[in-house]
Design a protein around this ligand. Structure first.
Ligand code: GRF
Length: 209
């Protein structure tokens, strides 16, 4: 059975959405572990409540990014991961880590990439006055929030929105596309061609909410 290791930094609601969808749809998959970079990450509690092995590797206890990433690699390999899911994992990963898991490392970003990479996406979308915002699931490559896009969801920006109301609408969209992208991967339906991801057989890679 394929295995998934998830990396989180906080709440872990995307991780929860993936696990709950997998349970509901009875995916043949094992969640071999969740790793947070903080002991206090809330998502670890959900993992434990589901019997999923939960670990913290505190990044502040590592002198360098390289040493933190080496500890992460070791733990993930020990757990066994056909797919590594970054779900609100707020650390920049080293090129060595990314190469190690190339082609089986996914991330979710709360914007319609390539628009608004980086932080504070909701504030920036409001400042830019865009009519649509959203979220993107992508394979991870060495650039931050770059890499072939697997699936996106767009949501409208509504009059009176503030960063919180927009973030809530985007988060609901994230919870729809992340499970979908993971399932496509597990079903062997994704082909990376250059910087593009094809879904075979084709299915819409953009959801409008
Ligand atoms: C999400 O908005 C994700 O896109 C961003 O951080 C947030 C994490 O939320 N990178 P959660 O921990 O999955 O609830």
């Amino acid at each position: 059975m394929p295995s998934i290791v998830t990396l989180i930094s906080g709440r872990g609601s995307n991780f929860e959405a993936i696990v709950k969808t997998a349970q509901k749809e009875q995916w043949p998959v094992t969640f071999t572990g969740v790793i947070a970079n903080h002991y206090a990450a809330k998502g670890l509690d959900f993992a434990r409540s589901q019997g999923i092995p939960a670990f913290a590797i505190e990044h502040r206890e590592h002198a360098t990014r390289e040493s933190f990433d080496a500890a992460l690699i070791q733990k993930i390999d020990e757990l066994g991961a056909d797919l590594v899911v970054l779900a609100g994992f707020m650390r920049i990963l080293t090129p060595g880590f990314i190469r190690h898991f190339e082609g089986r490392l996914m991330n979710i970003h709360p914007a319609l990439l390539p628009a608004f990479p980086g932080l504070h996406t909701h504030e920036r979308a409001l400042e830019a006055g865009v009519a649509e915002h959203g979220a993107s699931v992508h394979f991870v490559t060495e650039g931050v929030d770059e890499g072939p896009i697997i699936c996106q969801a767009s949501v409208p920006v509504l009059p009176g929105d503030d960063p919180n109301s927009l973030a809530a609408r985007v988060l609901a969209a994230e919870h729809q596309i992340y499970p979908r992208a993971v399932k496509w991967f597990l079903d062997g339906r994704l082909r990376i061609e250059g910087n593009q991801v094809q879904v075979k057989p084709p299915e819409s890679q953009l959801i409008k909410l």
